[in-house]
Ligand binder design. Structure first.
Ligand code: SF4
Ligand code: SF4
Length: 372
């Protein structure tokens, strides 16, 4: 049964959607968006659903996750309803809705809560990292204040919390999407084909690339490495690489100070990618290079800065370890690096980061429909 929430539009405004009620349903945005096609009508349809208060329908749609926030639609909207911004707000709303504790709601809707929660977590993490002491001896100078065993112990707790939150959120999303696809797509479609299509999209960002190819796009003539899709790709693969390096480090342990240790090679390459992507993303926002970059909310700013600081401090530590520079400042940098990296992982399911799992999942449902 269709249920209308008369306060839904107001709710979406708390997540950053501002002028979407000005929309008069002309369809320009859908025509301009290079990612829409015959069966998809976003962002126009999403805005309709938002204005009508059809909350469940929005949460059961993959469309918000198919948008890459290029902003082309907002540039051409005759009513300045800012459909690109609306789609970003819907994604924030969806992340908060799939997550059961209410922490994400607080963080996305209030800058004060966002700062308070991130600061509190940082203080707690720092406190436990510094007071817990293992029984084993510290073998390398870098672990004098933050012992290796303690980092791994707290790291395991964090990964467990994040894992449970992510699985919960994904389950909530799947339940809603399945109800939706039962209504609209009764045909059985090949599972593996959809998975292959998702992997291909993650590896190449082919759909995102198509946003920059539109005639008149600000990015059309720019080299690929400066384009938004490549920045997004760099941050994403940088993060995946660092996660892989951390897991390898945990499995193989790290007795070595050599840069040729497998986890170190992967970590260095991934760190370079992540630092490159996050530096450009911050630079574009500071320069307000396009309308989209001018509209960054506080949560996104902090998220990007965390990634950037994790990258810079990571390389600082690489050099310090290589130089055997056992001085206080390097221990402080190690504490900052560890706390921020842990916080990033801990907040994965409670922040913009969550799109890293929700988007592939939505793409899977989308591709499943496509191949039917
Ligand atoms: S958001 Fe703007 S371009 Fe899109 S349908 Fe509404 S008025 Fe038209
Ligand atoms: S922001 Fe870009 S990808 Fe998203 S709906 Fe608008 S035109 Fe399409």
């Amino acid at each position: 049964m269709t249920k209308i929430d008369p306060y839904f539009a107001d709710e979406l405004k708390k997540y950053g959607a501002e002028d979407f009620e000005a929309c008069f349903n002309c369809g320009n945005c859908t025509a301009v968006c290079s990612l829409t096609e015959q069966s998809l009508f976003f962002p126009r349809m999403m805005i309709r659903l938002g204005i009508l208060g059809l909350k469940k329908e929005i949460l059961a749609s993959p469309e918000p996750w198919l948008c890459y926030s290029c902003g082309d639609c907002s540039e051409t909207c005759p009513r300045q309803a800012n459909p690109g911004q609306f789609m970003a707000a819907v994604r924030r709303y969806a992340i908060a809705s799939y997550e059961p504790t209410g922490i994400t709601k607080l963080m996305f809707r209030s800058s004060s809560w966002f700062i308070l929660i991130t600061l509190t977590i940082a203080i707690f993490l720092g406190f436990f990292l510094l007071i817990l002491k293992p029984e084993t001896e510290v073998t390398r100078w870098i672990f004098t204040y933050l012992p290796y065993d303690v980092i791994h112990f707290i790291g395991l707790i964090i990964i467990t919390i994040t894992g449970v939150s992510v699985i919960w959120g994904m389950a909530a999303m799947i339940i809603r999407f399945r109800k939706n696809s039962v209504n609209t797509s009764p045909q059985k479609v090949p599972f593996l084909k959809a998975i292959r299509a998702v992997i291909h999209e993650i590896a190449t960002m082919k759909r995102y690339q198509s946003c920059d190819k539109e005639e008149g796009s600000f990015w059309k003539q720019k080299p690929f490495y400066l384009k938004p899709w490549f920045i997004h790709w760099s941050i994403m693969w940088g993060f995946i690489g660092l996660l892989a390096a951390t897991i390898l480090d945990f499995l193989l342990k790290d007795p070595a100070s050599t840069i040729w240790w497998p986890s170190r090679i992967i970590g260095t390459m991934a760190g370079l990618l992540m630092l490159f992507g996050s530096s450009l993303a911050i630079f574009y926002r500071l320069k307000k290079i396009t309308k989209v970059y001018d509209e960054t909310c506080l949560a996104d700013w902090i998220f990007l800065f965390f990634i950037w600081i994790a990258g810079v401090t990571g390389f600082w530590l690489e050099i310090s370890v290589a130089l055997e520079a056992d001085i206080l400042v390097n221990h402080v940098v190690f504490i900052i690096h560890t706390v921020i990296s842990m916080e990033l992982v801990l907040l994965f399911a409670f922040s913009k980061f969550a799109h890293a799992v929700y988007r592939p999942l939505a793409l899977f449902f989308y591709f499943k429909k496509q191949s039917a």
